[in-house]
Design a protein around this ligand. Sequence first.
Ligand SMILES: Nc1ncnc2c1ncn2[C@@H]1O[C@H](COP(=O)(O)OP(=O)(O)OP(=O)(O)O)[C@@H](O)[C@H]1O
Ligand SMILES: [Mg+2]
Length: 288
Amino acid sequence: MSAAPGAAASAPSSISMRGVGKTFRRAKSSTGVEALRDITLDIEPNTFVSLVGPSGCGKTTLLRMLNGLIAPDRGEILVGGARPAPGPHMGFVFQSFRLLPWRTIRENVAFPVELSGMNTAERRDRADTYLDMVGLRRFADSYPTELSGGMKQRAALARALIAQPRYLLMDEPFAALDAQTREFMQIELAKIWSHHKSIVVFVTHSVDEAVLLSDRIVLLRPRPGQVAEVIDVKLPHPRWEYDARATPEFVEMRHYLWERIKDMVASDPESEFYQRSDRTDGNTSAAD
Ligand SMILES: Nc1ncnc2c1ncn2[C@@H]1O[C@H](COP(=O)(O)OP(=O)(O)OP(=O)(O)O)[C@@H](O)[C@H]1O
Ligand SMILES: [Mg+2]
């Protein structure tokens, strides 16, 4: 159910988008880039939603609008019944870790609650709780340069969670990790989410990752970005307790999504893969 326009901040923690559009104007040009058109979508509380779609279909733009970093120029977005604005109720995890190199891992993780005025002892305790959660307590006094990529990303996740946000927005958070660390991080995130229920909006290029983690997958098509399809993932939770990837439902859904994305890319004249065959027989033809 979507929240009513102008409802109080205590409204249910849902996200509602109605006819949302965004065009980026180009400097010294009369034309703009229409990044998103007519996005209408409701996200219920305690739902893990992934946004997938070809490069340039507006995933990051949508996430930045949900965080209030940029405003839509058409339609309306309501987060918990109010217009989106950054704050402690919003956690944001980027592809790059964005840790402050001169601060220890504990100080990095504690940063959001420091901004909200929490006292030193409480901050430290809270940071250690979240460092425990992501398995980094031993590294609390280390500096970011002393950590591996996977460890840095776990610290960034702890930092996003420390203020106990009702909305967690993640933009390709695991893209820079090696395949093995990525799979462990997916399990960690699923476990954290099972305790710390909130809305997660997760952007990924990995169809596999989207199916594994999500309750719903929003498939976007590019130029301009529009919702092509919303798919419910009905695989039972917790998915780390069985080999979800081996189930027929998983295999079928991954195949379906991948085929749709491939078709979108192959039929997009602005894509470098326009009209290329996806066959592996070497019989590919580039667009002229
Ligand atoms: N600040 C900006 N100024 C101008 N154009 C922009 C800006 N941000 C995004 N765009 C354009 O809007 C479209 C959507 O970009 P966006 O970054 O949201 O896509 P994306 O789906 O996140 O892509 P990717 O999967 O490659 O990260 C693109 O055509 C992009 O060039
Ligand atoms: Mg992006």
